[in-house]
Design a protein around this ligand. Sequence first.
Ligand code: NAP
Length: 399
Amino acid sequence: MEGLGARVVVAACDVADREALAGLLREVPDGAPLSGVVHTAGVLDDGVIASLTPQRLAAVLRPKVDAVLALHEATRDLDLDTFVMYSSASGVLGGPGQGNYSAANAFLDAFAQWRRSQGLPAVSLAWGLWGDTGGMAGALDRTDQARMRRSGIRPLSVEEGMALFDTGLTTGEPALVPVKFDLAALAAQAGADQLPSMLQGLVRRPRRAAAAGGPVPVVSLSDRLAGLPEEEQTEMLLDLVREEVAVVLGHTDAENIVPGQAFSEMGFDSLTAVELRNRLMRAADIALPATLIFDYPSPVAITEHLRAELIPDVASGTMELADVDEAGLRKALASVPLERLQELGVLQQLLRLTAAASSSAVPGATTPVASETQQSAAHLIADMDVADLIERAMGNTTN
Ligand SMILES: NC(=O)c1ccc[n+]([C@@H]2O[C@H](COP(=O)([O-])OP(=O)(O)OC[C@H]3O[C@@H](n4cnc5c(N)ncnc54)[C@H](OP(=O)(O)O)[C@@H]3O)[C@@H](O)[C@H]2O)c1
């Protein structure tokens, strides 16, 4: 820039700090008054919704919301030509694990429109992904990159980004979404009925081949399973689970997913855990808990759970209660190791039951130590939010 004749001053300032900002603006020389603002400050602190505390929300809102309000107030009476805000497409389209960041950026897009309505210059550029710049995109790991690719967003080169910046200043629109979309990936999402509604207009929805002129009936997973021998049902569901695990972890081949391997050893984090659960919910068209991979810690365990959910006979059996050997069953249950109960996803319910039973029992009627242990275990689990549970299942906590 100096080669082109400009004089450049780099000054550090916390833009959300009104006093510091006012001090900085006082240093702008009278002979070269401020004519434009380009606001690019931002921080990330991603996490599933249940893990977002007020502090984590405030820290991410601060460099966007507080800083832009401070800039707006400090420059409101100046004769600016431009007021550019760097926003993110996550405010428009949403982003897994980015509830706080999406909110911060959605504010910028709305604020640009409001400033325009006040007769002040403003444009909010809700960027997709920039490549080769380090920055926030540089912090993405392999799984994050695979997720971005699946979402149909490709990285912009610096040249593309700067050209879009120039265009953004001239369109007259207060809020724009400069994103490089992979239309083939979006078309694939549309084909699988998974294209976000915001993007519906960008690709043509593939027409389903109509049989004999009529609509093709959609065959649900449970319909496809019904009538198959048990072994084939298990095989079909295990294939589905391994395929979805491979997609979520960014593997090209589901063959690499070992059916009995624990998810905690495969590189899952809380975001990928929730994404796997969402994908399986869509594929199976049933409700699944956010703690799915905690409750069912391997592909085999999830497969069994899906089979029980999708084929009611597996869960309920066809047996009459009167035919049950109650004493034998109770004896067998007492010998089941706790780990196995956890694998089967029933440990939490049992802990709740034991806690309820011991709290309603006459004081002193239960063994105090056993009762206390059960209760504190039950309370510990009940007090944990989803993120805690997943972290614990992943072995990320030390206690
Ligand atoms: N990179 C992408 O693919 C992408 C995509 C969409 C949107 N964006 C947006 O583009 C902007 C730049 O992104 P980037 O990738 O260059 O991020 P980056 O490398 O993390 O840079 C963000 C900068 O903001 C500064 N900052 C944070 N809080 C501040 C505050 N209170 N006052 C002053 N400066 C503050 C940081 O300074 P310190 O390091 O000194 O704290 C850092 O230099 C961000 O607003 C981001 O949301 C980026």
